[in-house]
Structure formats: C-alpha cells, structure tokens
Design a protein around this ligand. Structure first.
Ligand SMILES: [Fe+2]
Length: 379
C-alpha cells in the first residue's frame, strides 16, 4: 500500500513540484490542496501518513493548520513538515511546539530537499505500520477479553445450576431469579453495567448449599431447629466460597450469597444487617428469590397465586424487604407475570441459550422431595 501524503500550499507550481518529487520513487500517493481549510476537512474524513504544509497561506497559516491537524483523531503521531523559506527561528520554534516534525526548505531540487523528503516518507510509513499493529493488537485484546467475559458468565451460571440441580429444582429457578433481579435493578436506576452484573451473579445466591450435608439438605419432611441452623449456614459458606476473588462478578456473587437472607428490619441472617447496611444486590435478590419460591410448585406445596405473592411482598416491604426493591419489582408487573409463565424474552438470551442443555437434562431427572418447613420461602 502506498504511503498517503497530504500536500498543502497556496502555490500551484510548488504543489506540482512537491507532488512530482515525492511520488518519483513510486512509494507515495500525494493529495494536494491549495486551501488549508479544505485540506483539514479532507483529513477529517481519511487518514494520511505524511503532511507537507506551507507557512504563509490565505485563511490559515501553517502553524494554525498543524495545531488543528494534531487534534484530529489518529493524527497525533503523523509526521508533518512545514515548508519554509525566510521564516525566523521564532516561527520555526512555534511550529515545533504545535507539532511540526521537520522543516523543508523551499528550494526545488536541492539535495537537502530530496534527502529529507525520503526520510519523511520512511517515517510516515513506519508510523502507519506501528499504528496498524497497535490497532490489530487492540482488536485482538478486545476479542480475547470478550471471550473471557463470556466464559466467566458461563462458568458462574453452570456452577449455580449444579448447586440447584443437587437441591430440588430444574434450573429454571436460577434463571427466573436472575430475570426478576434484573428488572428490580433496572427499575432502581442502578448503572446498566451493575444491572447486568446483578443479573449474572444472582444465580450464585445459594451456592453455599453445595456444602450442606445430604442428610440435612435432602431430608424429607420438616427440619429440626438444629437442622435449620445448618441450612442457614449456606449464606456464610456461599460467601466464603466466592470471597476474595479478583473477578468483579464473583465478588458481587459473594455479596449476594452472604446477604440474600438478611432482612430490611435487621431480623435476618447471618449477620442481622439492617436496611442500607445490606448490599443493594442482596436486597434485590432477596425479593426475587422469595417471590420465585412462593410462586413455584414444590413437592410439599402448590404454587402461590401471583397476586397473593404480590400482596405478600407489599405486606412485608419495610420489614423483610427493601421497599424500593418491592416498588421496583411491582412497577413492571406485566413482565413479572410473563417470566413466571416462562414466556419472557431477555436481552441475555445468548448466555441462557448455552445453558439450555443443562436445564433440559435437569428437568428430565426425578425431583428430590423438598424438606423445608412450609412457611420459610427461599431458604
Ligand atoms: Fe438461600
């Protein structure tokens, strides 16, 4: 690819001479402008590898041109030579300060002109190669980062589903809680990135159940107080499993695992945190998790009608739940109903699609009889 040179001079004869000279070795293609304002307009539209610009021109002098050119995207490193004749050292110093790379004497066919032009062309080609390499590298890094992010999301969801599969559900609870949580986070006005992260980390809320012994986790019938105490350790264990990660999503998962059974009035567990002391992500998931537990069928209970579960949230806002989270959830009630009915499309379908085989596999397996006492939703 030829080096692309931009030549700007108000003298047609100088322009013609420069063009002929710079294109002589067949390495450069030169675009010429008599008007520096037009030249700048063109430089905004396409990339040049090298610029030669006169000093004295109508509308705009060479220094103003260089100053404006340097502000254009991708033009910070492009070699610029100012063509000079009788300019003082002060003018040259100013040109250097605004970004000129070199000066060319206005002496046709001098040896100095030939050598410096050749060096400028080589410099222009080298800068372009370097910029191309940097762009390739940036694009490769972006692709690798995207892929890492996707893998991170997938591993988190597969881990959450593995835990849920061991417990008693088909994997759909995990996804519904994630979807409800996203609605609440969005309606709270949390930043889009945090909404997405809460959606992706919400499934980790019960990851601590992986460490609950089978004779307690899978026990049919009601649990004793001691067994309930064991079950309740899943919040702390989940936090420990996820703690101290360098991955932001897993850090958020740790907050959710630790805090999703805390209550707004401070009567929850494991730490009895109250109101805003409970991380917002945990307050969001608490509403989503309880609502889904209430409205889905379990071996020991029929699903609670959606309107009744809605009333439960309203009655318990300010006690069990953050009132803002309940308000946010109910403000998109139509979507909640669609999600509950399994009809909701989401903006994260790609991630969910990757999980479909696991969910189908889990759905085919016999359900394990649940053993939690009835009035405790979403343990
Ligand atoms: Fe839980």
């Amino acid at each position: 690819m030829l080096t692309q040179a931009l030549l700007v001079d108000d003298s047609r004869s100088v322009l013609n001479f420069l063009k002929r000279h710079i294109e002589a070795e067949g390495l450069v293609e030169a675009t010429t402008f008599l008007d520096p304002v037009e030249a700048l307009a063109r430089a905004r539209e396409r990339v040049f590898d090298l610029v030669l610009v006169d000093y004295e021109m109508p509308h705009m002098d060479g220094i103003s041109f260089i100053r404006a050119f340097r502000t254009l995207p991708g033009c910070a490193d492009i070699p610029i030579a100012m063509i000079t004749s009788r300019q003082t050292d002060d003018v040259k110093m100013e040109a250097l300060q605004v970004g000129a790379t070199d000066f060319l004497p206005k002496q046709p066919q001098s040896l100095e002109m030939t050598v410096r032009l050749r060096n400028l062309v080589r410099l222009g080609a080298a800068v372009r190669k370097q910029n191309d390499r940097a762009a390739d590298l940036a694009s490769a890094v972006a692709a690798a980062t995207r892929k890492l992010g996707e893998r991170e999301e997938e591993i988190i969801l597969r881990l959450a589903l593995a835990v849920e599969y061991r417990d008693n559900d088909t994997g759909e609870h995990t996804l519904r809680v994630a979807r409800y949580s996203r609605i609440i986070a969005e309606q709270l006005g949390l930043p889009p990135r945090l909404c997405r992260d809460i959606y992706l980390a919400a499934p980790l809320h019960d990851v601590g159940k992986v460490a609950i012994p089978d004779h307690v986790l899978l026990k049919p019938g009601k649990l004793t107080d001691d067994e309930m105490a064991v079950i309740r350790t899943h919040a702390t264990i989940g936090e420990k499993i996820l703690a101290d990660s360098s991955c932001e999503l897993i850090q958020l998962g740790a907050q959710i695992a630790a805090g999703h059974h805390e209550r707004w009035d401070g009567a929850g567990y494991p730490n009895g945190l109250q109101a805003d002391a409970i991380p917002v992500a945990a307050r969001v998931v608490a509403v989503a998790d309880v609502f889904d537990a209430l409205t889905t069928r379990r071996p020991y209970k029929e699903p609670m009608p959606l309107d009744v579960a809605r009333d439960y949230l309203v009655e318990n806002q300010g006690r069990q739940f953050d009132p803002a989270c309940v308000g946010a959830f109910l403000s998109r009630w139509d979507e909640v109903v669609e999600i509950a009915a399994g009809q909701q499309a989401t903006p994260y379908q790609k991630t969910e699609a990757r999980l479909a085989p696991i969910i189908e596999c889990a759905a085919e397996s016999p359900a394990v009889e649940d053993r939690l006492p009835e009035p405790v939703p979403a343990a």
